[in-house]
Design a protein. Structure first.
Length: 705
């Protein structure tokens, strides 16, 4: 973000952006702009709520619910807070610094208090409750908005007495600060560790791509030799290829002891407190546990169904997972001796050896065919083939970092559909992992707020979506060459972005990915299925030097190896889900020591030895700071859906345009306007079963859900 003379400029959030498609003017925003705009945004929303509760007219859906949902009027006056907040908090994850972290610590309590002031406004809730009980005939989408609005206020404490409301305020404000501190601690711990190597012998086993990346990382830090970091593109190749077991152990322990050291970044007490805050919040609102509170608005419905899914998966997959681990240990003992004991830092290394033996397949064999610019072409081409949409980079759209590319997206008929940002590589101020987010959602704007909403008085405001990833960086010698796993990550996040870009609903709070969280992963995981389809790979997988296509024989090996360690991967995900549910089904205060509690909570799904001095919880952002608390099972729940949905495409043709259009019309464009099972059955013609997943994974179908 470019700094400018504050005496000669206006806050860019206070005026029309004047950018293509009204995109965020990253090149004009300064740090001071955020605080000023957030404070003004709070003031404007308070003004709006004050007008609403003092409206002498009888409460109606149109003068109350729509206004609470913040239907935009085109002026940008009342939606200032959402505009500045989306930019600030997205950058806090993708491009932060110490000054932004400090501002987040300052502003988060104010923003939480403001949200509570709205949700706990008794006069406002009385209007909403009246409309909920007395309303005109509503469309299904309007009814969903009304129900969500009413229930949202109730679930935020609107029915509590004064003491209950005050306690809720205290708990939510504390949780907001702790979640922020959790994330900041994790980022600092992650970036603080480097493995600096100066002896080339320490690189034994590493492929050229990993060596070049490590040399570049050292150079960027002004160091001689090579640097290995905990960022996935650096960490994973080292754990897979390095022959130095001692260094693998050092790296593994650094990764798996983040935020449990005796320093200011320790997250143990933060996690314990977050677990207890959420339990107390749920019980304050009349639920036995936080999981009961969360699952009321999920496809799973209740704790029993979540555990049924886990138990079905354990029964179906764990025996195979144990055989997979035994085969890897046998391989290790064959190479190292009968007394060799497989440790967690050995798993990737010897798993790779076994994969080579069985399939003659290695991630490095594929990298030359997955050059990033070609992968981008392939992913965009897939969207074109399925849905007819096209992407065009527009360098006039401001971006927040040179790594970021901005695209205009056009629909089949040539009309403008969305803006798409792609942020590809790890860097100092960026959280690990990969995610999709929005800088602007989609909604239908009334052109004249004095007139009724209708076809002649509306504008379809299109979304600005972004995918943020940590993919392999280019080096001085080579362009960015991805692994197949990174291609799958790109497809996954791109699936989320399609859900956002195809949004076509009236209300922003129901559009795009604003769906139940065990449904939101369906569009993303569905897209991963294409990664091993020959017809898709043929569109972009060409050797970056020779231009030769990915050989049929190599594609065959990819397909044959698809289910290598698939049961182990399933048990790993189930273990995370069990840990999540163990914390959030607590009915009494959580006082346990987190590390041993964690070991016990997920033991049922474990197939590798557990180490007593490692901890996942303190870096488990999904369930502590990322909104997946009591919801991590969603990935496996949605995997059942994505396998079932892709089976429809396999029957009808994976590029069948009518099938793709049905998927778009029934699911991708509908957002949260209807119950997700209703949407899914409309697409498929029936409910999903676990059979397609078991078949895809090569596991016999023994149970159905």
């Amino acid at each position: 973000m470019r700094m400018t003379d504050e005496n000669k400029r206006q806050n860019p959030f206070f005026q029309p952006y004047g950018t293509p498609h009204d995109t965020a003017p990253f090149d004009r925003i300064t740090l001071a702009d955020f605080e000023e705009a957030m404070l003004e945004g709070i003031r404007r929303e308070d003004e709006q709520i004050d007008k609403l509760v003092n409206n002498p007219a009888k409460p109606t859906f149109d003068n109350t619910i729509i206004n609470v949902d913040d239907e935009k009027d085109g002026s940008g006056y009342y939606d200032l807070l959402s505009r500045v907040s989306s930019v600030f908090f997205n950058l806090l994850s993708a491009e932060t610094n110490d000054e932004m972290d400090a501002l987040a610590q300052k502003m988060s309590p104010l923003l939480t208090k403001h949200a509570n002031d709205i949700r706990l406004n008794e006069r406002l809730f009385e209007r909403i409750r009246y409309v909920h009980q007395h309303h005109r005939r509503l469309t299904p989408e309007e009814k969903m908005l009304l129900d969500n609005c009413y229930d949202g206020f109730v679930r935020s404490g609107a029915l509590l007495d004064a003491a209950g409301k005050e306690r809720l305020r205290q708990l939510t404000e504390e949780a907001s600060m702790l979640g922020l501190q959790f994330s900041q601690n994790l980022l600092k711990e992650n970036k603080a560790f480097t493995l600096h190597l100066t002896d080339e012998a320490d690189l034994d086993g590493l492929p050229d791509t990993a060596r070049e990346a490590a040399a570049q990382a050292a150079s960027e830090q002004g160091l001689e030799g090579w640097v290995i970091t905990l960022d996935t593109p650096s960490y994973s190749p080292f754990m897979t290829y390095s022959t130095r077991r001692d260094l693998r152990e050092k790296l593994y322990m650094a990764k798996n002891t983040e935020c449990i050291h005796d320093n200011s970044e320790n997250n143990l007490e933060i996690c314990r407190r977050l677990i207890n805050i959420r339990r107390e919040l749920a019980q304050l609102l009349g639920y036995k546990t936080y999981a009961d509170y969360v699952l009321k608005h999920r496809m799973a419905g209740n704790v029993r169904n979540v555990y049924k899914l886990f138990n079905d998966l354990i029964a179906a997959y764990k025996p195979t997972a144990q055989k997979e681990v035994a085969a890897i240990e046998k391989m290790a003992q064959k190479l190292e001796g009968r007394d060799f004991k497989l440790e967690p830092w050995d798993f990737s290394y010897y798993s790779h050896k076994l994969q080579l033996q069985r399939y003659n397949l290695d991630a490095e064999m594929l990298r030359p065919y997955f050059e990033l610019s070609k992968v981008i072409d392939g992913v965009f081409g897939l969207a074109n083939r399925l849905y007819g949409i096209t992407f065009r980079e527009n360098k006039d759209i401001p971006v927040y970092h040179p790594d970021v590319k901005a695209y205009e997206v056009f629909d089949r008929d040539g009309s403008y559909l969305a803006v798409f940002y792609a942020d590809f590589h790890p860097r100092k101020g960026k959280q690990g992992g990969a995610w999709m987010t929005e800088y602007q959602g989609q909604w239908m704007e009334r052109l004249d707020v004095r007139k009724p909403f209708g076809p002649d008085n509306m504008k379809n405001v299109r979304p600005h979506v972004s995918v943020v990833m940590n993919l392999t960086k280019p080096t001085a010698e080579k362009p960015a060459l991805l692994t197949l796993g990174e291609v799958e990550t790109f497809l996954h996040e791109f699936g989320h972005s399609l859900h956002g870009m195809f949004a076509n609903t009236r209300f922003e709070s129901l559009s795009g990915t604003s769906v139940w969280w065990d449904f939101v992963e369906l569009p993303s995981q569905f897209m991963e299925n294409f990664a091993i389809e020959k017809e898709f790979l043929r569109t972009f997988a060409y050797h970056y030097q020779t231009g030769e296509p990915l050989p049929d024989e190599l594609i065959g090996r990819i397909v044959r190896s698809r289910n290598f360690n698939v049961a182990y991967a399933c048990m790993r995900q189930v273990s995370f889900g069990l840990l999540d549910m163990a914390y959030y089904t607590k009915k009494t205060a959580f006082t346990d020591d987190i590390i041993p509690f964690e070991k016990q909570a997920w033991a049922k799904a474990m197939v590798l030895p557990q180490l007593p001095d490692t901890c996942m919880t303190v870096q488990f952002s999904h369930i502590m700071a990322g909104g997946y608390a009591a919801g991590y099972y969603s990935y496996k729940w949605a995997e059942v859906l994505d396998a079932d949905a892709f089976a429809v495409f396999k029957r009808e043709g994976i590029f069948n345009p009518s099938t793709a259009q049905r998927f778009r019309d029934c699911i991708l464009s509908k957002g949260g306007t209807e119950n997700p099972m209703t949407l899914y059955k409309r697409f498929k013609g029936g409910e999903p079963t676990i059979d397609a997943l078991l078949k895809r994974n090569g596991i016999k179908a023994t149970k159905t859900r």
